[in-house]
Design a protein around this ligand. Structure first.
Ligand code: NOJ
Length: 744
């Protein structure tokens, strides 16, 4: 099995690594080999023997969810000194957007449209995590998400494969560095392969049905880009993809990942997913699950111990050949060798304190947060605010919430330590100038599983209706006495993420009611949104003069919000997802095919008879405190041969009075051909900083990689000879247009 792994022509270093892996493998028992395919869940609730007893027997190749970092070296010592072959463990954790210094959530980082933001963030995250003893992060999450109801939209780069691929490469580089093995980097895991973001109804884990065209044109590109960038591991998704669970899906794990893309790292399941093949109604029992997952190309079993229980029996009764076990173990050993773990298995326990105290990390987090925020509205130039304001009310349940500021995944013994929006504004204006009232609390109707991670002593009792009403009135009173009101509304951290899908996208609780009442006071109102998904803020979009989408901005979030509100930083982020007007409009995305009755047709009214089907804010949208113009759009040739490339250039000018950032975005549409193609597809972008009056020329290349598509009709990748429209501008509705033709 797995010829690709063995047949590639390899360099002397690769030959040496292979020889070393073979030598290690040669001295391992079958039991130990199966151990390498087993990732042990080290959480208190996990059943079974103590981790050290399993490790001593060589029964685990990796450990995840360890939160007591002193344990890393203790367990590693058992693996290296007491287990039969002394193979070091890989310690793994979800380091999604920071370990100690928390960065904006990935959806926010994608809003920067600046891959270097994501690369630098994951570089810092890797440095801090590695200093704590972690070798392997379960990131980046590369699921394209076009349904804002799906809670995990927060963890990815949004709806677009081109932007998603750029963010994927940047994050892989940030985590891993140029080559595996740097002492301040970690192994990355591109997840969840593949299609998880397209679950029916946006309900987490529900089945996914995607055509091969959708998979290859839209859902695969970030993963393929990560593989090309050298990602060491891939995590398979939980759900059924076209009726085959992703973790036992040979098409995904063998045909595409290894066969077509030449991936030579290893595949890990999602947590408990191998065992869950039985619950999913796919495998008959654990034995069947182990056999079918391994045969499909899944190397490491995360936390279910199904491999541990059944693989040996499957080899003994001849259902599996030991060569198939070896083929799964090899890439795991190879990664351990590449990472230098055999030479340096231990962590210097004094490192973490030094590393997390680095001021540069906080500076990076602040910069990332500044670059991630998106200005959605600024009527009458209400923003930026004056720094001389002396009577500002900051209102809302998230205004002083460290959890909402840091966002999802802060569950592994992390102590919240963010600068909240309130703290950021107070630091800017002086505490005396700022009054604060949270208003009624918000909470999920159905609790999150992650609520259980909060120690019972730290859990707050629910607010009573009477207390909520009193908080509402206090908030209104506080606003009434201020000259200007900053409302900080949105979703709390566990309202997005895993187990966090919702049917409605409205502001939860009484937030909109409070917003309306505050606006009715007639004061200037600024709305700052903290949230991990697009929200349907229809009323605010028409009635609140200034709206800043701050997402879940991380440790320095409050400072970054203040930097933007008070004009020290000019916002330049752009939406990586469309904002639907209602949850019921999901999924919604710009790159859809044209219908037989398009928006331009005289017959067209709306696709819904009860409202507009267009997004509230389009993909790529975001305002600035200055203005820009796009002129002089040129293509290097009106015709290009199949297989050749053209260049596109555009002049972007800052036409306003202050410096600012604009993102030049290039979209194409293939007008006819072997298949219908989306009305627009992003094929180039660049974020620019421009001084007042300054013009920069941006050049994009369009070659076969950008002009081809997976053809349903041909059943393969194809570049049609066809006419194309092309637009460049500031969002997906860009109007500056030209044409070119691909000829054979
Ligand atoms: C389940 C999640 O789906 C996945 O993203 C995560 O990495 C694992 N659990 C491990 O925590």
């Amino acid at each position: 099995m797995d010829n690709q792994r063995d047949n590639q022509s390899i360099s002397p270093t690769e030959t040496a690594i292979k020889a070393r892996v073979d030598a290690i493998l040669g001295r391992m028992s079958l039991e130990e080999k199966i151990g390498q395919l087993t990732q042990l869940g080290a959480m208190a609730f996990m059943p079974g023997p103590k981790p050290e007893d399993v490790i001593r027997k060589g029964g685990a190749g990796s450990v995840l969810w360890l939160t007591d970092r002193k344990q890393f070296n203790v367990l590693q010592k058992v693996a290296v000194e007491e287990s039969p072959s002394g193979i070091p463990l890989l310690f793994a954790l979800d380091v999604i957007h920071g370990y100690h210094t928390i960065f904006p959530v990935p959806l926010a980082m994608a809003s920067s449209w600046d891959p270097s933001v994501a690369e630098r963030a994951q570089t810092v995250a890797a440095r801090e995590a590695r200093a704590a003893g972690i070798h392997w992060s379960f990131g980046p999450m590369l699921d394209i998400a076009r349904d804002a109801r799906w809670g995990r939209i927060v963890e990815g780069a949004g709806e677009d494969p081109f932007l998603g691929a750029a963010m994927a490469v940047a994050q892989v580089r940030g985590f891993q560095g140029d080559v595996l093995g740097a002492p301040d980097r970690v192994l990355a895991s591109a997840k969840h392969f593949a299609g998880y973001g397209a679950s029916d109804g946006g309900r987490d884990y529900d089945p996914v049905y995607l055509s091969e065209s959708q998979l290859r044109n839209t859902y695969f590109p970030p993963f393929e880009a990560a593989v090309k960038a050298g990602v060491g591991t891939i995590m398979s998704a939980y759900m059924d993809l076209n009726d085959v669970p992703a973790g036992a899906n040979r098409f995904l794990l063998r045909d595409v990942l290894r066969g077509e893309w030449g991936f030579n790292g290893f595949v890990v399941s999602d947590a408990f997913a191998v065992g869950n093949l039985v619950i999913q109604g796919f495998a008959r029992d654990g034995r069947d699950a182990a056999l079918r997952a391994l045969s499909a190309g899944l190397d490491m079993d995360m936390a279910s111990n199904t491999y541990g229980q059944h693989l040996a029996g499957l080899v003994e009764d001849g259902s599996l050949d030991v060569a198939e076990i070896d083929a799964a173990v090899r890439p795991i050993l190879s990664i351990k060798v590449r990472m230098g773990l055999f030479e340096q298995p231990y962590t210097d326990e004094s490192m973490l304190e030094q590393v997390i105290a680095l001021p540069a990390h906080r500076q990076e987090a602040r910069l990332a947060a500044q670059r991630s925020m998106v200005l959605l509205r600024n009527e009458g130039g209400l923003l930026p605010l004056s720094k001389q304001l002396s009577n500002v009310a900051v209102i809302g349940p998230l205004a002083d919430s460290m959890e909402a500021t840091e966002g999802s995944w802060m569950i592994f013994d992390h102590k919240p330590a963010a600068v909240t929006v309130l703290a950021g504004i107070r630091a800017r204006l002086s505490a005396a100038a700022v009054s604060y009232a949270p208003g009624p609390e918000i909470k999920r109707d159905i609790p999150s599983m992650f609520d259980d991670f909060v120690p019972p002593a730290d859990r707050k009792p629910d607010q009573s209706p009477a207390d909520a009403e009193a908080a509402y009135q206090t908030a209104l009173d506080t606003a009434r006495h201020a000259d200007l009101v900053i409302m900080v509304l949105g979703e709390s951290a566990n309202m997005a993420g895993e187990f966090a899908s919702r049917a409605s996208l409205d502001l939860p609780g009484r937030q909109e009611e409070l917003l309306k009442a505050v606006v009715a006071l007639g004061k200037p109102v600024v709305l700052v949104l903290l949230n991990g998904r697009p929200l349907s803020i229809n009323w605010a979009a028409e009635n609140v003069p200034a709206i800043l989408e701050a997402w879940e901005p991380g440790t320095e979030g409050g400072h970054a919000v203040a930097d933007i509100l008070f004009g020290d930083v000019n916002p330049g982020g752009k939406l990586p997802v469309s904002f639907p007007r209602k949850g019921a409009h999901s999924p919604i995305y710009y790159a859809r095919n044209i219908t037989h009755q398009p928006e331009t047709s005289p017959m067209y009214r709306s696709r819904y008879w009860d409202g507009l089907p267009t997004p509230l804010y389009p993909f790529g949208f975001g305002l600035s405190y200055t203005t820009f113009s796009f002129t002089n759009l040129k293509v290097s040739a009106a015709q290009v041969k199949v297989g050749a490339a053209i260049t596109v250039s555009i002049d972007v000018t800052n036409t306003g009075a202050i410096a600012g950032d604009e993102v030049a975005q290039l979209y194409i549409h293939q007008k006819s051909g072997s298949d219908s193609r989306p009305m627009r597809e992003l094929k180039g972008f660049e974020r620019l900083t421009l001084q007042p009056g300054e013009t920069k020329t941006v050049t994009f290349k369009l070659g076969p990689a950008e002009l081809r598509h997976w053809s349903t009709n041909a059943g393969k990748w194809l570049q049609d000879a066809a006419a194309f429209d092309l637009w460049v501008g500031a969002d997906c509705l860009a109007s500056l247009q030209t044409e070119f033709e691909v000829v054979s």
